[in-house]
Design a protein around this ligand. Structure first.
Ligand code: DGP
Length: 112
């Protein structure tokens, strides 16, 4: 499958990894939008949040627990944001489920 994040998960495309286990990988975003900008992905291909179901959704809870640990490791004691962009209107550009962990600066709400 021609999926950039599957290739990152397999090591075919290099990335700056910050966490890895059997289920998920976390690596630094190529185009960081905050001092900390890490992407967390399931290794198994799920194209978007809209493809989650009762069989594959447990990995999302795991991703959030790891995101919390990474936020602590990155020193984000004043808070952080976890973002999932889903589909065209959500601004998703890579069609492999991923969560952005952003921190190290004050963020605006609502997003643009
Ligand atoms: P989204 O817009 O939510 O689909 O975010 C995709 C993110 O992926 C975007 O912030 C840039 C990042 N990205 C795209 N290609 C690569 C890559 O090859 N390596 C890394 N580290 N990040 C990438």
């Amino acid at each position: 499958m021609d999926c950039i994040f599957c290739k990152i998960a397999s090591g075919e495309i290099p990335s700056t990894k910050v966490y890895e286990d059997e289920q998920i990988l976390a690596f630094r975003d190529l185009d960081p939008q905050a001092p900390t900008h890490v992407l967390l992905i399931p290794k198994k291909h799920i194209s978007s949040a809209d493809e989650l179901n009762a069989e594959n959704a447990a990995v999302v809870a795991h991703i959030f627990l790891v995101a919390k640990e990474l936020a602590a490791r990155e020193g984000l004691t004043n808070g952080y944001r976890i973002v999932n962009n889903c589909g065209e209107d959500g601004g998703q550009t890579v069609k492999h489920l991923h969560f952005h962990l952003l921190g190290g600066r004050k963020m605006a709400w609502p997003p643009g």
